[in-house]
Design a protein around this ligand. Structure first.
Ligand code: 0RA
Length: 649
């Protein structure tokens, strides 16, 4: 390379640096946060680029792997990022893509390219936030390479060999001075790869974890390939539910230039499970595409039901909710310039999307109902049943006297409230059983800790009709104590969260199989009916110790078997005589108030596990499996994850 070129090269890298420096200074602006979520986001960003290549029909295989040192590799068999010199920038296109903020697909005119919300920030952001990154391009029979540190190219792109392969490989190691934690979760990445394979059919996606070996010494690995896309996604989510109709209703097409795909089915449960995606991103907060879906669904079913005469005897209106009981659906749209709104930027704002989705759903559903009259009747009957039950429940509720449930303050009688009225510092413990509730009440700091005992097993919300849930004593106690509302007509997931009386909601159950089942029941309830609380990080699980070890005057609590074994060694090593006494706590009831406080409730010493939702569709599948009829998988799962030790749902 000539002297002049080198000059250009460094001048350009200085310019590029400014943007890259900004990414390092304000990483959250680009990737949301620098916690576990942001960390995994780096992988999604790189994979998204390969997915784009696949969506353009240029690639059908994507491999993702976690190395032993927690660096990540992503490889595709696409066209390979161009390496020729970019006219304007004077350096290779590869370097522009890797080091210029927002360069992304600028010089790629393919119209399939759509940009995500948090995603779509560009691989240069990943580069800026990585200690090391290496890009390898296989293109035109040659291999090209470039390496970077903290986003800075170490040398111009170089040719390193020949190859018949085609594609792009990126490996990177996130910068530990930027991220709170740099350990990747195989489960989290796996959930996302599964989801991506459903959303982008006929692309083979593999994920491998070189940190974990199976019995034969091979790295653990999963491969995802979906032939039918969303149809299979719906089948997967509803795996353990009983279908109400024979087939999954499905359509795929383009309306007003907007690609729309929808798949749906009705099952015998009462839950509504709609997952809406924009550019492969789950839009938890819904938006215009979801409104379009609902509009199309309601209008079409209503019209069919009216024409069929099945509503003739009905004396009251059917509400929107009634059409969605027992419905599982996935909506996926691709939008060129998505506007993401809402508190978590997961609500689609583009007005032009509603009509195309509504039209697509109307067309799809009208055809289905015409071609499957028996199924159509079953669906309408289910809607009528939902409406009737809701109507009866409303009437019954109006008649019920509330005074035996509530105290004068309007709060549940079972609640031992805290003194503070500042929600930000207040906590509520939902405690398994009246007796442990009593101990917790004695042990707490009553200034900021409220206690609410829950009696035995709470209702399985997966299996109950909505009015039953709303009228269930324990559940009523929970939402009344919290001060929030559940299940509104148009959006079952919208709470009046500003009224939340405690910013930490802590579930405290026994450390046994029953306890973890109750924990799951409560979590399922929060997930289905108070999703926003989970999404905003208000829900926690308390972790009582599993063991108390004693030797002479020494004693120590242990939370894991490893800790227990280490403590036994420690006590023995101290050279004192006598044996180590190990007490295994089976329930909260075995601790006195002081013990419960010091191990599990005192903010200085306790460990709380915050519940986060990485992937709503995967959590949906997990909950329906755990709470459904299909007992064997539930057993296995609960046994394998007895204390949810690893799953961040
Ligand atoms: C722009 C142009 C071309 C390919 C790509 C981008 C590309 C980017 C990524 C990122 C990951 N994998 C990728 N594969 C391809 C090629 C244009 C052409 O060859 O005509």
């Amino acid at each position: 390379m000539s002297e002049e070129k080198k000059q250009n090269y460094s001048a350009d890298s200085i310019q590029a640096l400014e943007g890259m420096e900004h990414v390092r200074m304000r990483p959250s602006m680009y990737i949301g946060d620098v916690g576990v979520r942001g960390l995994h986001h780096l992988v999604y960003e790189v994979v998204d680029n390969s997915i784009d290549e696949a969506m353009g029909g240029h690639c059908d295989e994507i491999q993702v792997w976690i190395n032993e040192d927690n660096s990540i590799g992503v490889r595709d068999n696409g066209r390979g990022i161009p390496v020729d010199i970019h006219k304007k920038e004077g350096v290779s296109a590869l370097e522009v893509v890797m080091t210029k903020i927002g360069a992304g697909g600028k010089f790629d005119k393919d119209s399939y390219k759509v940009s995500g919300g948090l995603h779509g920030v560009g691989v240069s952001v990943v580069n800026a936030l990585s200690d090391d990154l290496k890009a390898t391009v296989y293109r035109d029979g040659k291999v090209y390479e470039q390496e970077y540190q903290k986003g800075k190219a170490l040398y111009p792109v170089k040719e390193t060999g020949t190859s018949d392969l085609r594609g792009t490989e990126v490996t990177f190691k996130p910068d530990p001075t930027i991220f709170e934690d740099t350990v990747f979760s195989y489960e989290t990445l796996t959930d996302r790869m599964r989801e991506l394979s459903f959303l982008n059919k006929q692309v083979r996606i593999t994920i491998t974890d070189h940190r974990e070996k199976d019995d034969e010494g091979n790295s653990i690995s999963k491969e995802f390939y979906s032939t039918e896309g969303l149809k299979e996604f719906v089948r997967y989510i509803d795996e353990t539910r009983e279908p109400l109709i024979a087939e999954i209703i499905h359509m795929e097409g383009e309306r007003n230039g907007i690609p729309v795909e929808v798949a749906m089915i009705y099952n015998t449960s009462y839950a509504e499970n709609i997952h809406a995606y924009v550019n492969n991103i789950n839009t938890h907060e819904g938006g215009t595409h979801l409104s379009g879906f609902r509009r199309g669904l309601t209008a079409t079913l209503k019209k069919y039901a009216e024409t069929s005469g099945m509503l003739d005897k009905l004396k009251f209106e059917i509400s929107g909710d009634d059409f969605r009981e027992g419905l599982t659906a996935i909506i996926s749209v691709k939008v060129q310039e998505p506007q993401f709104e809402g508190q978590t930027k997961t609500k689609l704002g583009n007005r032009e999307v509603t009509a195309p989705v509504s039209q697509a759903v109307t067309e799809m559903l009208t055809n289905y109902l015409e071609e499957h009259p028996a199924d159509a009747r079953i669906i309408v009957q289910k809607v009528i049943l939902a409406a009737t039950a809701r109507h009866a429940a409303t009437k019954a509720r109006e008649m019920v006297q509330r005074k035996n449930v509530m105290t004068g303050s309007g709060l549940p009688g079972k609640l031992s409230d805290c003194a503070s009225k500042d929600p930000a510092e207040c906590e509520i413990y939902l405690v398994e059983g009246d007796s442990a509730g009593g101990t917790a009440k004695q042990g707490r700091d009553r200034h900021f800790q409220a206690i609410m005992p829950l009696r035995g097993k709470i209702l399985n919300v997966e299996k109950a009709m909505q009015h039953k849930i709303l009228d269930n004593e324990e559940i009523k106690n929970i939402y009344t104590a919290l001060g929030v509302r559940i299940g509104t007509e148009e959006d079952a997931r919208a709470l009046n969260i500003e009224k939340l009386r405690y910013h930490k909601i802590i579930i405290m159950c026994d450390a046994d199989v029953d306890g973890s089942h109750i924990e799951t029941l409560i979590l399922t309830f929060f997930f289905r009916y108070m999703f926003e609380l989970v999404e905003k990080g208000h829900v926690y699980i308390a972790t009582p110790p599993l063991y108390l070890l004693k030797k002479g005057k020494d004693q120590k609590y242990c939370w894991t078997d490893e800790e227990r074994d280490a403590t036994v060694q420690e006590f023995k090593g101290a050279g004192k005589d006598g044996s180590v006494h190990i007490q295994r706590y089976k329930g909260l009831g075995e601790m006195n108030a002081e013990q419960l406080w010091s191990t599990t409730m005192n903010p200085e010493f306790r460990t709380l596990r915050q519940i986060t939702i990485d992937n709503a569709a995967s959590a949906d599948h997990t909950f329906s499996m755990l709470m459904g009829d299909d007992v064997p998988p539930r057993r296995e799962f609960i046994e394998a994850n007895a204390k949810y030790a690893k799953i961040d749902i």
